[in-house]
Write a protein that binds this ligand. Sequence first.
Ligand SMILES: NC(=O)c1ccc[n+]([C@@H]2O[C@H](COP(=O)([O-])OP(=O)(O)OC[C@H]3O[C@@H](n4cnc5c(N)ncnc54)[C@H](O)[C@@H]3O)[C@@H](O)[C@H]2O)c1
Length: 408
Amino acid sequence: MINVIGLGYIGLPTALMLSKNGADVVGSDINQDVVSSLKDGSAFFSEEEINKLYKEVYKKIDFKSEYEAADRYIVAVPTPFDRDTKKVDPKYIVKAVEEIVKVCEEDSIIIIESTVSPGTIDKFIRPIVEGSNKKIHLAHAPERILPTNIVYELVNNSRTIGADDKKVLDEVEKIYSSFCKGEIFKTSIKVAEMTKVVENTYRDINIAFANELAQICDLSGLDVYEVIKIANKHPRVNILNPGPGVGGHCISVDPWFLVGDFPKQTRLINSARYVNDSMPLYVKNKLNSIMIDEGITDYSRVGIYGLTYKANVDDVRESPSMQFLSILKEEDRDKIVVYDPYIKKMMYRSQAFDFQDFLNSCDIVLIMVDHEEIKNSTNVSKLRGKVVFDTKHIGEELKNRAKVYYSL
Ligand SMILES: NC(=O)c1ccc[n+]([C@@H]2O[C@H](COP(=O)([O-])OP(=O)(O)OC[C@H]3O[C@@H](n4cnc5c(N)ncnc54)[C@H](O)[C@@H]3O)[C@@H](O)[C@H]2O)c1
């Protein structure tokens, strides 16, 4: 039996996929509301493939708040960073493992899927297991899936598994190979920890380079997108697109773990984090100069399109828009119109819940997220006559419809 602990963006799809492929699964989450909605079949997800999978298997999974006596555990709880030290904050995984060791069977395996900095499992988790007087094995199987394409990537991505010996590695491989068609790399726990953090750090540094380039091109009066397009014709160059910042629970968090643990060695990683975190302020300064050029003095005629950290998801954690809104004065934050097709709950005082209502309320549209909705040509047409500050470069068609500022 597999008890999946933490039923969020990562734990739930994993639990569903394991159940679909024949495993006996219990799903545990401390959030009673999450458990209730999963149990009664009423949960709804922004990804159609997850909805389908959920409807197919939810009755086979025992969703509950308590942990189950099992021989296999998969832990997918949050791993934030400490804002002061920048180190991983292990409190959620520690709490989960403390509860697991109370109920688990002899010879069980605890697989940590949550992303952690290298050495975290040895430092914080192993002592709990060793102090339990039970024979328990540890493994780390970090997750790489991309929200918006979760089901496909669960099946097709390659994976990394770390454990202390071959027997445990083989047992853990058996679990994942029940649904994963990708290659499975077996290594030590510490290498597995490091590779996951390194993957997201690589992405963060490359995005920071594009963002720095955007600022250089802006000062030079050049179109950064034209520069990137031509530079990328070089066979060994692949510059990413710039944007208004980096958000989400992974790329904007995991590089800090390395900065926290290796402050002297991480000058590049640290700088990349600062470049990406400074983008919302850069956008604000640009917006203010556009407002001056357009003779618009107050934020009540400005609208922000998009609150989520990337396109076509409902996750606002650490998003550039939230960072942008947090640096506005309170009275301006109350006035500025915000809208996101994926956010149905009220988060800000001047929030619109319909695209046309949103457009009716503003003269300047600040595009922060390139959701499919705004790229659709009917909706691009609706931007006719607006001043648009497009930080996501949603497409050339927009130029024919609105007065567009790029600057990014
Ligand atoms: N979201 C992503 O795209 C993504 C991708 C790869 C890796 N990760 C990593 O996966 C881990 C989980 O991320 P997520 O996005 O699924 O988080 P999430 O916030 O969506 O879900 C975590 C769930 O764990 C529950 N929880 C917290 N403490 C618990 C406990 N002690 N016992 C039981 N349940 C508990 C919470 O109630 C929540 O439902 C993190 O380490 C993250 O870095 C996330």
